[in-house]
Design a protein around this ligand. Structure first.
Ligand SMILES: C[S@@+](CC[C@H](N)C(=O)[O-])C[C@H]1O[C@@H](n2cnc3c(N)ncnc32)[C@H](O)[C@@H]1O
Length: 263
């Protein structure tokens, strides 16, 4: 059965599905809050720093940056459902004075120029229609000297045919770049002093987690009935192929931090 991505853009509808939250956990990127913390440190996130989280998902990163690093965070996501839920969570956790979420697209950020000290974007750049436009927008909203901190799947070899389908694309694999590709994209957007950090082990851990959780759903007989996305044999085959590809060095995960020049 062909996996189908729900309506609403490349991966927007997919990440709204409760089953995807169950499989991935609260962070929709490899390594969870551990890779987020490393990204935040590299981007010099600290108390009072104004951070924009582009493609904020359920807000997990934004809450972490506020609670652990003391940042003042705006999260933006193309999913109205994520934005509403994240704002409700901010209120429930008493964080709504420091964290809020707005709907919007990465290619057209609804903010004026130079109003953030740092921009983070985790596991989403390669799913955007035009990553160059999104990076130019991130540069525009950053103050001079501000930092862009991106993490994403890294592709170092051609994708095997069985990883080229809609599911792989939605999981940020199919349109991923290699390390040099992300660094070049940041350079084209005007960023300098680009630092790259690999987190390949985090992808394997994520694949293992998804497989375990898929197994738990199967044991409960709770794999969603329509099964278009999670046709279990298909999902398992995709996961096995992804694991082999990562182990062979074909793909990994990395973060890229660049600085907007002061002048
Ligand atoms: C893999 S999830 C990453 C979410 C979050 N950054 C995290 O790591 O938990 C991708 C997110 O990108 C959002 N998204 C996809 N295309 C977008 C766009 N063009 N502009 C803004 N958000 C977008 C989706 O709605 C989804 O929440």
């Amino acid at each position: 059965m062909t996996p189908s991505v729900p309506a609403g853009g490349c991966c927007v509808g997919l990440y709204e599905l409760p089953v995807v939250s169950f499989l991935l956990g609260p962070s929709f990127h490899p390594g969870g809050l551990e890779t987020t913390s490393r990204l935040a440190q590299a981007a010099l996130v600290a108390p009072g720093v104004r951070v924009l989280d582009v493609a904020a998902g359920r807000g997990t990163t934004a809450f972490h940056l506020a609670e652990r690093f003391g940042a003042v965070v705006t999260g933006l996501d193309a999913s109205d459902r994520h934005v509403e839920a994240a704002n409700a969570t901010a209120r429930a956790r008493g964080l709504d004075d420091r964290v809020h979420f707005v709907p919007g697209r990465a290619g057209r950020l609804p903010f004026g120029a130079a109003c953030f000290d740092a921009v983070v974007c985790e596991c989403a750049l390669c799913t955007f229609d035009d990553p160059d436009v999104a990076l130019a927008e991130m540069a525009r909203v950053l103050v001079p000297g501000g930092r862009a901190a991106i993490s994403d799947v890294v592709l170092r070899a051609p994708l095997p045919p069985d990883l080229q389908d809609a599911l792989a694309r939605a999981l940020c694999i199919a349109n991923a770049l290699d390390e040099a590709g992300y660094a070049s994209a940041l350079t084209r957007a005007g960023f300098t002093a680009i630092a790259t950090t690999p987190h390949d082990e985090a992808v394997l851990a994520t694949i293992d987690r998804i497989e375990r959780r898929l197994g738990a759903l199967e044991a409960l007989g709770a794999v969603p009935g329509d099964a278009t996305l999670l046709s279990t044999p298909r999902a398992r085959a995709t996961l096995a192929s992804a694991r082999a590809f990562v182990r062979s060095g074909g793909a990994g995960y990395a973060s890229f931090v660049g600085r907007r020049p002061r002048r």
